[in-house]
Design a protein around this ligand. Sequence first.
Ligand code: LIP
Length: 279
Amino acid sequence: MGDSNVDLGKCFEIINNLVTEAGRLIARNNETRQDFVCKSGDIDLVTQTDKDVEKLLMDGIRQQFPEHKFIGEEESSGDSGVNKLTDAPTWIIDPVDGTMNFVHAFPHSCISVGLKVNKVTEIGIVYNPILEQRFTARRGQGAYYNGRRIQVSGQKEVGKALVTSEFGTTRDEAKMKVVNENFATMAKHVHGLRVLGSAALNMSMVALGAADANYEFGIHAWDVCAGDLIVREAGGVVIDPSGGEFDIMSRRVLAASSPQLAQEISKLLTQFYPQPRDD
Ligand code: LIP
C-alpha cells in the first residue's frame, strides 16, 4: 500500500531530473575506458563515476526529502553492509548498472532507481544515458520507454523465447557451475540466449517486448528494484526462479513476458541460492 503522505508525483519529477543530470556524467565518461578498483573480487568493479553518480542522486533526493532512506550499491559495499529495508520511503539505487561494460566503454550501462514506500515499489527508472534509453514506471500507471507506453511480448513458448541472463560478478566455483549448466540447458531449449552485461537493462528489454525473459542468480536489490516494477507495469511477471514469489532481498530473479513462460523456464533451471542475502 502506498503512503498518502508521500508526494509520489513530486518524487517522480525530482528523480527523473536527477537521473538526467547524473546521466551526463556517465555519457561523458563512457567516451573512453575507465580506471576502476575491485570490490568483492576481480570482476566486481567500481569506478569514480559509480561513486559520483550515487552521491549526486542521494544529495539531490536528501535536499528535497530529508527523511527518506537509501539502499545504494556503493554505500552498501562499506563496513555497515546493506541498509535494512523498512516501511519508510526508501530509494534503492544502482548508480551504474553494468560497470564492467562502462569500464570498457561498451555503451550498455544504466542508472537504476526504485522507490519503495511501505516496502511496495512505487517508482522505477532505468536510464541508459549513452544511448538515450529511458524506461520509467509508476505503480498502476503503466511502463514507458522514452515516453511511449510499452508492453511485454506476451510470448508463452520457451522455444520461441529470446532469453537474457548474466555470468554475474563472481568467479565462485559453485556459482559458475550452475551458471554454465543453465546456459547449456537454455541453449538447447530457447530461441536465443543473450548476455549483455546489465541486469536492469535485461529486465527493461523484457518490458519493451524485445526480450521474452531474463533470469539471474546473484543480483542485488539495486539491480532489480526498478526493473521489477517496469516489467510488471508492462504486463509481465517477476517471480523467484524456483517458481514462487519474487523476494527482492533473495538475490534471485526471473522476469518473463507471461506466467506460462516464467513457469516453463523455472522448471528448466538448476537452482542457486546466493549467500549472504541482501537482508
Ligand atoms: C551487475 C550487473 C551484471 C550482473 C551482476 C551485477 P553492477 O551490476 O550489471 O550484469 O550480472 O549481477 O548486478 O555491479 O555493474 O552494478
